[in-house]
Design a protein around this ligand. Structure first.
Ligand code: SF4
Ligand code: SF4
Length: 313
Protein backbone atom coordinates (compact mmCIF):
# COMPACT_ATOMS: atom_id res chain seq x y z
CA UNK A 1 0.00 0.00 0.00
CA UNK A 2 1.31 3.46 -0.79
CA UNK A 3 0.46 6.83 0.75
CA UNK A 4 -2.91 7.42 2.38
CA UNK A 5 -4.79 10.73 2.26
CA UNK A 6 -7.73 9.61 4.37
CA UNK A 7 -9.04 13.10 5.11
CA UNK A 8 -10.06 13.19 1.42
CA UNK A 9 -11.71 9.75 1.52
CA UNK A 10 -15.44 9.18 1.15
CA UNK A 11 -17.40 6.04 2.06
CA UNK A 12 -16.52 3.37 -0.53
CA UNK A 13 -19.05 2.44 -3.20
CA UNK A 14 -19.46 -1.30 -3.69
CA UNK A 15 -19.10 -2.95 -7.09
CA UNK A 16 -22.20 -4.49 -8.63
CA UNK A 17 -22.41 -8.09 -7.42
CA UNK A 18 -21.48 -10.39 -10.31
CA UNK A 19 -20.43 -7.49 -12.53
CA UNK A 20 -22.09 -4.78 -14.55
CA UNK A 21 -23.82 -7.09 -17.07
CA UNK A 22 -26.73 -8.53 -15.02
CA UNK A 23 -27.72 -11.15 -17.63
CA UNK A 24 -24.20 -12.46 -17.96
CA UNK A 25 -23.86 -12.54 -14.16
CA UNK A 26 -27.10 -14.58 -13.95
CA UNK A 27 -25.80 -17.07 -16.54
CA UNK A 28 -22.56 -17.27 -14.54
CA UNK A 29 -24.50 -18.20 -11.39
CA UNK A 30 -26.62 -20.74 -13.31
CA UNK A 31 -23.43 -22.58 -14.20
CA UNK A 32 -22.37 -22.97 -10.55
CA UNK A 33 -21.74 -26.63 -9.75
CA UNK A 34 -24.32 -28.24 -7.37
CA UNK A 35 -22.13 -28.09 -4.24
CA UNK A 36 -21.49 -24.37 -4.80
CA UNK A 37 -25.25 -23.80 -5.16
CA UNK A 38 -25.92 -25.70 -1.92
CA UNK A 39 -23.36 -23.65 0.00
CA UNK A 40 -24.80 -20.44 -1.41
CA UNK A 41 -28.31 -21.53 -0.39
CA UNK A 42 -27.23 -22.16 3.22
CA UNK A 43 -25.43 -18.82 3.37
CA UNK A 44 -28.21 -16.74 1.85
CA UNK A 45 -31.24 -18.41 3.42
CA UNK A 46 -29.99 -19.55 6.82
CA UNK A 47 -26.82 -17.74 7.94
CA UNK A 48 -27.06 -14.21 6.53
CA UNK A 49 -30.61 -13.43 7.79
CA UNK A 50 -29.27 -13.99 11.34
CA UNK A 51 -26.05 -12.06 11.05
CA UNK A 52 -26.96 -9.42 13.68
CA UNK A 53 -27.59 -11.43 16.85
CA UNK A 54 -29.61 -10.12 19.83
CA UNK A 55 -27.41 -8.52 22.50
CA UNK A 56 -27.26 -9.99 26.00
CA UNK A 57 -28.63 -7.28 28.37
CA UNK A 58 -26.25 -8.50 31.10
CA UNK A 59 -22.97 -7.05 29.88
CA UNK A 60 -19.50 -8.36 30.76
CA UNK A 61 -17.43 -5.19 31.20
CA UNK A 62 -14.10 -5.32 29.31
CA UNK A 63 -11.29 -4.18 31.61
CA UNK A 64 -8.34 -5.33 29.49
CA UNK A 65 -8.85 -4.61 25.78
CA UNK A 66 -5.50 -6.16 24.81
CA UNK A 67 -6.37 -9.45 26.54
CA UNK A 68 -9.83 -9.43 24.93
CA UNK A 69 -8.20 -8.91 21.51
CA UNK A 70 -6.21 -12.13 22.08
CA UNK A 71 -9.26 -13.97 23.43
CA UNK A 72 -11.52 -13.11 20.49
CA UNK A 73 -8.81 -13.95 17.91
CA UNK A 74 -8.18 -17.28 19.68
CA UNK A 75 -11.93 -17.97 19.51
CA UNK A 76 -11.96 -17.34 15.76
CA UNK A 77 -9.01 -19.68 15.31
CA UNK A 78 -10.57 -22.39 17.49
CA UNK A 79 -13.64 -22.15 15.26
CA UNK A 80 -11.47 -22.84 12.20
CA UNK A 81 -9.98 -19.54 11.00
CA UNK A 82 -6.35 -19.85 9.88
CA UNK A 83 -5.41 -16.21 10.53
CA UNK A 84 -7.13 -13.45 12.56
CA UNK A 85 -6.55 -9.80 13.47
CA UNK A 86 -8.42 -6.76 14.80
CA UNK A 87 -8.79 -3.47 12.90
CA UNK A 88 -10.01 -0.17 14.24
CA UNK A 89 -13.28 0.61 12.47
CA UNK A 90 -14.73 3.95 11.51
CA UNK A 91 -18.29 4.21 10.20
CA UNK A 92 -16.84 5.94 7.09
CA UNK A 93 -15.28 2.57 6.19
CA UNK A 94 -18.72 1.04 5.61
CA UNK A 95 -20.08 1.02 2.05
CA UNK A 96 -21.99 4.17 1.10
CA UNK A 97 -25.31 2.29 0.90
CA UNK A 98 -25.07 1.00 4.51
CA UNK A 99 -27.34 3.05 6.74
CA UNK A 100 -25.58 3.25 10.08
CA UNK A 101 -22.88 1.05 11.56
CA UNK A 102 -21.68 2.57 14.83
CA UNK A 103 -19.13 -0.14 15.44
CA UNK A 104 -15.59 0.60 16.61
CA UNK A 105 -13.67 -2.54 15.69
CA UNK A 106 -13.63 -5.32 13.12
CA UNK A 107 -12.35 -8.79 13.93
CA UNK A 108 -11.09 -9.98 10.54
CA UNK A 109 -10.16 -13.58 9.76
CA UNK A 110 -9.11 -15.71 6.81
CA UNK A 111 -9.38 -19.32 5.68
CA UNK A 112 -7.06 -20.92 3.15
CA UNK A 113 -8.47 -22.21 -0.12
CA UNK A 114 -6.83 -25.49 -1.08
CA UNK A 115 -4.23 -24.33 -3.61
CA UNK A 116 -4.74 -27.33 -5.91
CA UNK A 117 -8.51 -26.86 -6.06
CA UNK A 118 -8.15 -23.15 -6.67
CA UNK A 119 -5.57 -23.74 -9.41
CA UNK A 120 -8.08 -25.93 -11.32
CA UNK A 121 -9.77 -22.72 -12.68
CA UNK A 122 -12.84 -24.82 -13.52
CA UNK A 123 -15.92 -25.95 -11.56
CA UNK A 124 -13.70 -27.44 -8.83
CA UNK A 125 -12.27 -24.00 -8.06
CA UNK A 126 -15.76 -22.55 -7.80
CA UNK A 127 -16.81 -25.29 -5.38
CA UNK A 128 -13.75 -24.44 -3.31
CA UNK A 129 -14.59 -20.72 -3.15
CA UNK A 130 -18.15 -21.41 -1.99
CA UNK A 131 -17.02 -24.06 0.50
CA UNK A 132 -14.69 -21.49 2.06
CA UNK A 133 -17.26 -18.66 2.01
CA UNK A 134 -19.76 -20.93 3.78
CA UNK A 135 -17.16 -21.80 6.41
CA UNK A 136 -16.25 -18.12 6.89
CA UNK A 137 -19.90 -17.13 7.36
CA UNK A 138 -20.41 -20.00 9.78
CA UNK A 139 -17.42 -18.86 11.87
CA UNK A 140 -18.48 -15.22 11.60
CA UNK A 141 -21.98 -16.01 12.82
CA UNK A 142 -20.75 -18.02 15.79
CA UNK A 143 -18.22 -15.33 16.66
CA UNK A 144 -20.87 -12.59 16.39
CA UNK A 145 -23.04 -14.63 18.81
CA UNK A 146 -20.14 -14.87 21.26
CA UNK A 147 -19.53 -11.11 21.13
CA UNK A 148 -23.27 -10.41 21.58
CA UNK A 149 -23.27 -12.73 24.61
CA UNK A 150 -20.68 -10.38 26.21
CA UNK A 151 -23.33 -7.65 25.87
CA UNK A 152 -22.05 -5.81 22.77
CA UNK A 153 -23.51 -5.09 19.34
CA UNK A 154 -22.03 -7.31 16.63
CA UNK A 155 -22.58 -8.15 12.99
CA UNK A 156 -21.17 -10.98 10.94
CA UNK A 157 -19.70 -9.44 7.77
CA UNK A 158 -19.72 -11.79 4.79
CA UNK A 159 -18.16 -11.15 1.44
CA UNK A 160 -20.56 -8.53 0.00
CA UNK A 161 -21.54 -7.39 3.54
CA UNK A 162 -21.40 -3.84 4.96
CA UNK A 163 -17.64 -3.34 4.78
CA UNK A 164 -14.72 -3.79 2.35
CA UNK A 165 -12.95 -6.81 3.84
CA UNK A 166 -9.61 -6.40 2.06
CA UNK A 167 -9.04 -2.90 3.49
CA UNK A 168 -9.93 -4.04 7.01
CA UNK A 169 -7.73 -7.12 6.74
CA UNK A 170 -4.83 -4.87 5.75
CA UNK A 171 -5.48 -2.60 8.76
CA UNK A 172 -5.63 -5.70 11.00
CA UNK A 173 -2.14 -6.70 9.86
CA UNK A 174 -3.18 -9.85 7.97
CA UNK A 175 -1.21 -9.01 4.82
CA UNK A 176 -0.63 -6.46 2.07
CA UNK A 177 -2.51 -5.61 -1.10
CA UNK A 178 -1.04 -7.37 -4.14
CA UNK A 179 -0.85 -6.00 -7.66
CA UNK A 180 -3.67 -8.44 -8.55
CA UNK A 181 -6.02 -6.51 -6.21
CA UNK A 182 -6.32 -9.19 -3.52
CA UNK A 183 -4.68 -9.36 -0.12
CA UNK A 184 -1.50 -11.43 0.13
CA UNK A 185 -0.84 -13.11 3.46
CA UNK A 186 2.65 -14.12 4.62
CA UNK A 187 1.20 -17.49 5.71
CA UNK A 188 -1.47 -18.20 3.06
CA UNK A 189 -0.06 -16.37 0.03
CA UNK A 190 -2.85 -15.41 -2.39
CA UNK A 191 -4.91 -18.54 -1.77
CA UNK A 192 -7.43 -17.52 0.91
CA UNK A 193 -10.69 -15.66 1.55
CA UNK A 194 -11.80 -13.24 4.25
CA UNK A 195 -14.66 -12.78 6.69
CA UNK A 196 -15.22 -10.39 9.63
CA UNK A 197 -17.32 -9.45 12.62
CA UNK A 198 -17.80 -5.74 13.40
CA UNK A 199 -18.63 -4.69 16.95
CA UNK A 200 -18.77 -1.91 19.52
CA UNK A 201 -16.94 -4.14 22.02
CA UNK A 202 -13.80 -2.30 23.26
CA UNK A 203 -10.80 -4.11 21.78
CA UNK A 204 -7.20 -3.18 21.11
CA UNK A 205 -6.55 -2.84 17.39
CA UNK A 206 -3.67 -4.56 15.61
CA UNK A 207 -1.69 -2.55 13.09
CA UNK A 208 -0.84 -2.90 9.38
CA UNK A 209 2.49 -4.70 8.92
CA UNK A 210 5.20 -4.48 6.30
CA UNK A 211 5.86 -8.05 5.12
CA UNK A 212 7.94 -6.92 2.15
CA UNK A 213 5.09 -7.90 -0.20
CA UNK A 214 4.60 -4.51 -1.81
CA UNK A 215 8.29 -4.40 -2.79
CA UNK A 216 7.94 -7.80 -4.47
CA UNK A 217 4.91 -6.60 -6.46
CA UNK A 218 6.80 -3.51 -7.66
CA UNK A 219 9.34 -5.77 -9.41
CA UNK A 220 7.22 -8.82 -10.23
CA UNK A 221 4.23 -8.61 -12.62
CA UNK A 222 3.65 -12.36 -13.12
CA UNK A 223 -0.11 -11.81 -12.58
CA UNK A 224 -0.11 -9.04 -15.21
CA UNK A 225 1.54 -11.41 -17.72
CA UNK A 226 -0.92 -14.26 -17.12
CA UNK A 227 -4.13 -12.20 -16.87
CA UNK A 228 -6.23 -13.03 -19.98
CA UNK A 229 -8.20 -9.75 -19.71
CA UNK A 230 -5.12 -7.51 -19.47
CA UNK A 231 -6.90 -6.13 -16.39
CA UNK A 232 -4.05 -5.89 -13.86
CA UNK A 233 -2.47 -2.48 -14.02
CA UNK A 234 1.31 -2.19 -13.61
CA UNK A 235 1.23 1.06 -11.62
CA UNK A 236 -0.49 2.29 -8.49
CA UNK A 237 -3.16 4.96 -8.55
CA UNK A 238 -4.76 7.11 -5.80
CA UNK A 239 -8.25 5.72 -5.27
CA UNK A 240 -10.45 7.27 -2.60
CA UNK A 241 -7.49 8.68 -0.70
CA UNK A 242 -5.23 5.61 -0.90
CA UNK A 243 -2.36 5.11 -3.34
CA UNK A 244 -2.72 1.47 -4.31
CA UNK A 245 -2.65 -1.26 -6.95
CA UNK A 246 -5.86 -1.58 -8.91
CA UNK A 247 -7.57 -3.88 -11.38
CA UNK A 248 -9.65 -2.80 -14.37
CA UNK A 249 -12.88 -4.55 -13.32
CA UNK A 250 -14.75 -4.31 -16.68
CA UNK A 251 -11.71 -5.88 -18.40
CA UNK A 252 -11.62 -8.69 -15.82
CA UNK A 253 -15.37 -9.43 -15.89
CA UNK A 254 -15.72 -11.41 -19.16
CA UNK A 255 -12.97 -13.83 -18.09
CA UNK A 256 -14.21 -13.91 -14.51
CA UNK A 257 -17.56 -15.13 -15.85
CA UNK A 258 -16.20 -17.55 -18.46
CA UNK A 259 -13.63 -19.14 -16.19
CA UNK A 260 -15.77 -20.00 -13.17
CA UNK A 261 -14.69 -16.90 -11.26
CA UNK A 262 -11.18 -16.94 -12.83
CA UNK A 263 -8.44 -17.10 -10.23
CA UNK A 264 -5.46 -17.19 -12.56
CA UNK A 265 -3.90 -14.12 -10.89
CA UNK A 266 -4.15 -15.77 -7.46
CA UNK A 267 -2.84 -19.09 -8.70
CA UNK A 268 0.25 -17.75 -10.52
CA UNK A 269 1.38 -15.41 -7.71
CA UNK A 270 4.87 -16.50 -6.63
CA UNK A 271 4.18 -15.32 -3.08
CA UNK A 272 2.19 -18.54 -2.68
CA UNK A 273 5.60 -20.16 -2.35
CA UNK A 274 6.35 -18.40 0.95
CA UNK A 275 3.73 -19.93 3.21
CA UNK A 276 1.80 -23.15 3.71
CA UNK A 277 1.38 -23.72 -0.04
CA UNK A 278 5.11 -23.67 -0.78
CA UNK A 279 5.29 -27.25 -2.07
CA UNK A 280 2.03 -26.99 -4.07
CA UNK A 281 3.27 -23.81 -5.71
CA UNK A 282 6.64 -25.34 -6.61
CA UNK A 283 4.83 -28.08 -8.57
CA UNK A 284 2.62 -25.50 -10.28
CA UNK A 285 5.59 -23.25 -11.07
CA UNK A 286 7.05 -25.90 -13.40
CA UNK A 287 3.81 -25.80 -15.40
CA UNK A 288 3.79 -21.99 -15.37
CA UNK A 289 7.25 -21.89 -16.91
CA UNK A 290 5.93 -24.01 -19.82
CA UNK A 291 2.67 -22.08 -20.26
CA UNK A 292 4.54 -18.73 -20.32
CA UNK A 293 1.63 -16.28 -20.58
CA UNK A 294 -2.14 -15.74 -20.68
CA UNK A 295 -2.60 -17.50 -24.03
CA UNK A 296 -0.67 -20.55 -22.85
CA UNK A 297 -2.69 -20.58 -19.64
CA UNK A 298 -6.02 -20.54 -21.49
CA UNK A 299 -4.84 -23.46 -23.68
CA UNK A 300 -3.84 -25.40 -20.56
CA UNK A 301 -7.21 -24.76 -18.87
CA UNK A 302 -9.05 -25.98 -21.98
CA UNK A 303 -7.00 -29.17 -22.03
CA UNK A 304 -7.44 -29.82 -18.33
CA UNK A 305 -11.12 -29.04 -17.94
CA UNK A 306 -12.38 -29.84 -21.43
CA UNK A 307 -13.96 -26.41 -21.21
CA UNK A 308 -14.12 -24.23 -24.29
CA UNK A 309 -14.14 -20.87 -22.59
CA UNK A 310 -14.93 -18.98 -25.79
CA UNK A 311 -18.26 -20.82 -25.99
CA UNK A 312 -19.37 -19.04 -22.83
CA UNK A 313 -20.73 -15.55 -23.15
S1 SF4 B 1 2.02 -12.18 -9.11
FE1 SF4 B 1 3.73 -10.83 -8.51
S2 SF4 B 1 2.97 -8.76 -8.95
FE2 SF4 B 1 1.20 -10.10 -8.92
S3 SF4 B 1 0.41 -10.00 -6.85
FE3 SF4 B 1 1.80 -11.77 -6.90
S4 SF4 B 1 3.79 -10.96 -6.29
FE4 SF4 B 1 2.50 -9.20 -6.77
S1 SF4 C 1 -9.51 -12.86 -12.18
FE1 SF4 C 1 -8.62 -13.45 -14.17
S2 SF4 C 1 -9.25 -11.83 -15.61
FE2 SF4 C 1 -9.60 -11.06 -13.52
S3 SF4 C 1 -7.74 -9.96 -12.96
FE3 SF4 C 1 -7.42 -12.06 -12.22
S4 SF4 C 1 -6.41 -13.13 -13.94
FE4 SF4 C 1 -7.26 -11.21 -14.76
Amino acid sequence: MGKMYLSDAAAPVRGVVGGTDRDRAARFRDRYPPAAKRNLYIRNKILLPNRRPPVNPTRTEITDAAATNMEIKAMAQEMGAHVAGVAEFDSRFAFADVECLNHRFAVVFGIAMSYDNMADIGPRSQDEVHRVYHKLDDIGLRLAHQVAAYGYQSAMQPNEGDVPLIALAYLAGLGELGKHGSLISPELGSSFRLGAVTTDMPLRADRPKDYGIDEVCVKCGVCTRFCPGDAIKPDKKVINGVERWHVDTPACEPYFHRLYGCKICLMVCPLNSRGVFGEDYKRAAKVLVRTKDAKGMLRLIEERTDMHYEDFD
